[in-house]
Design a protein. Sequence first.
Length: 344
Amino acid sequence: SAPALKTFFAGKFKIGMAADFGTANEAGAKAVLLKHANSLTAESVMKASPIGVSAGVYNFAPADDLIAFAQANGIEVRGHALVWHQTSPSWLFDGDRTDMTAYKALVRARLETYITDVVTHFKGKVYCWDVVNEATRDDASGTYRDSEWYRLFGSDFIDYAFHAARAADPAVQLFINDYSTEDAGKRGRLMTIVQGMIDRGVPVDGVGHQMHISISYPSAAQVEAALADVEAKGLINHITEMDVSLYNDPGSCFGTPSTCLAALAPGTGAYNTALQAQALKYRELFAVFAAHASVKSVTTWGITDKSTWLNTYPVTRANWPLLFDTSANPKSALWAIVDPAFVP
Ligand code: G3I
């Protein structure tokens, strides 16, 4: 049988998987998680929209259940995510904007209170937090994403969030997390953001690379460059949400789902070819991760191919992006990464 990933890579980095309580407890997925993972990320239940019901009112129970499950099984938890435009509940922004100074003070106080309360609640139970998620602009027309947070506060919202998190838990590691960090242009903007934080004395410990990729992109060299840029700033690297889509959709697929490639059919030659390419992609990237001592945690965004966000996004279409198949058996990708040469 396959070696336990957490043991195999023990001298290198933690092995994480994303799940919520339900998926973590599915029979097949649970066995995989308990055997292979020593880190768990909440796929949804630790985000602000599920937790922050209204000002000062929190729904901690689903996250508490997940953490109790993890702790009972000797698995550490990555906190994800305190500030993300997609899951920032609308009540944070409620209020009269006639007096913008007063309005901004109100929203800032809500943000800081939310972070203080949530980080305090989970203090000692998570080893790190994604404090700010996806703040970088995708195109070159600016540095920051044009989110409600950025429109109101400019880059200051990032500083408010990190300072509040650090004040609430001096020991937890604080991350800024984003996707497409392998793209040199986007990464340049992210590094501008990170350098600004360092210059202002904002307490950032590391960069999270989501790593939602496909069988043909990015190259090992591109990922290596991303890790090196973070190391050059003296920060830690985490791979936070890795999956390898079997589709090489055109770039417009995300904006225009009708252009997405048609679903592969299991058992066909095209499907088998894609699975082989996937195994090689996982293999070349795990070789890069293992070669960089700055990489302290590698998480896949899910446990088995039975439950993956890519089955429904950007179109409803089966995808098989993880290391374990829909029956929770190891795939070629799993066998491809347990190469003794990676862990001398
Ligand atoms: O829990 C509710 C349930 O009570 C309700 O009946 C159901 C009906 O819609 O919704 C459930 O919540 C959904 C949740 O997933 C759990 O399934 C939310 O609507 C849905 O928005 C949520 O989607 C997650 C998404 O982030 C937004 O939080 C995806 O599973 C998750 O994979 C995705 O993960 C993100 C990372 O956090 C950041 N990077 C990108 C990545 C993929 O989008």
